[in-house]
Design a protein around this ligand. Sequence first.
Ligand SMILES: C[S@@+](CC[C@H](N)C(=O)[O-])C[C@H]1O[C@@H](n2cnc3c(N)ncnc32)[C@H](O)[C@@H]1O
Length: 276
Amino acid sequence: MFKFSFYDGDKSAGSDGDRPTGHPVTRLAIQEHPVPASPLLPSNEVSTLSLCGHQIKLLNGDQVILRLEREGAAGDLSLALKSHTDLIPDVYEGGMKLWECSQDLVAYLDAHVPLAGLRVTELGCGAALPAVFCLLRGAAAVTVQDYNREVVDHLTIPNMRLNVTATQLAGCRALSGDWGALAALLRTERRPGADLVLTSETIYSRESWARLLEAVDAALAPAGSALVAAKTCYFGVGGGTRAFEQAVLEDGRFSSEVVFATQQGLQREILRLKRC
Ligand SMILES: C[S@@+](CC[C@H](N)C(=O)[O-])C[C@H]1O[C@@H](n2cnc3c(N)ncnc32)[C@H](O)[C@@H]1O
């Protein structure tokens, strides 16, 4: 079973991923990040992933964090770097690493979803592999969002700039901050909703599901659908696809259907949510 390496700097913190005692509960506010409409040339921090007929260039998140630390710019990522953790609840949520369900999502999109012309939003994007793939397949407009602004500025946006043209970048939008604040912003803006909302490895913590569903609801066009790629069970944290399906049912806004499942390695699935 999959288990996150959680911050345990405070020994009173539970091993179940609870926030360490005394840690501030303040969640990050929403922030808009300019997306330069100019492609980026590969550097020695970039490697190439061959996936679904594309050679996708991606920055190595570990190297990026180390560079930011050297430059004194690691911000909220510093604590994670020092304590060698995958994530620290409400501080750093693991966006600098590329998680395996994002590749499941790309393979599913490749096989089942014609992306040309679609408006796409990726929530909790981190490296934004699915968003980059959507752009490579001709999505008309892509919005990406991650919790941490350092992730958006130093990983998400560079990964987009490494792979797509200036014209495509001009149609992209990047945001950082918590899903609750994102939902509030999107509801005030009243922009056209996304045809497709994507999210990968974002349902490990039950505590954030209500805000994630709120963000999906605010981002999605009336006839759109959301694809949630995740592990069946995040051991010790309480998250996973079965429990999330139950939460979706209780929330009442969406229907949920398993559209992909694999037993290879860790059990992983993709759920498709549609408005009821
Ligand atoms: C485990 S990482 C997965 C990253 C990426 N989707 C992937 O699959 O490689 C979880 C992602 O969800 C985002 N996230 C977690 N909780 C969040 C919240 N409350 N609001 C906004 N984003 C959140 C994090 O910033 C992080 O990028």
